[in-house]
Design a protein around this ligand. Sequence first.
Ligand SMILES: [Zn+2]
Length: 231
Amino acid sequence: MKTETLQVKTNEKALNGFTIDDIGDDHLYTGLKTPLKKDAFKLSDTKKKERIAILFEEIMEVMGLDLTDDSLKGTPQRVAKMYIDEIFSGLNPKNKPKVALFDNKYQYNQMLVEKNITLYSNCEHHFVPIIGKAHVAYISSGKVIGLSKLNRIVQYYAKRPQVQERLTNQIANELKTILDTEDIAVIIDAKHLCVSSRGIKDETSSTITAFYGGAFNTPQKILELQNYIKN
Ligand SMILES: [Zn+2]
């Protein structure tokens, strides 16, 4: 019973009054901003990697793994480097893609859709992969953006511990700000390994989230967009 109630309560106060046992495997979305500590960037990347390697080594040791084994001994350092330099590099604003805008010289005033953007993220509740596709669209308010920058913005926000609802809205919010328009759409279709490889072990389900802003928030535009992205 609790599960059903919680799934619709995806708002700021969703956790209030509930313990992690009540929530279990439900994936709650608590706000637009990734919850970061105030001093999140006090340590340098080098120091963070050193600390994570020590801590991950301890996790492996607690699990009983033999860290003197040739295959395992480099794992704590590899995991630390992967966390900071790759899969969680989007936590640090210094890694935000630099975006140049151009004048809309072509006078193109219909939607532009960048579809099937490869998406790799990680679920913040289990730290296992989220794998899928993102589709983003905008209608120019006078400026246009380099196409590859759309992919880079998606990837920047994906490289954080995430929930799919927040990821969708963070990408939309960034595009709204950069392109100075409300006319933005973001659709994400992704598989969560915490659902497919463990827990309920459902291999066929995927999760779809969507943001339709401004001119996109009409039945006609949504239909048009869905027509473009269907394979
Ligand atoms: Zn999860």
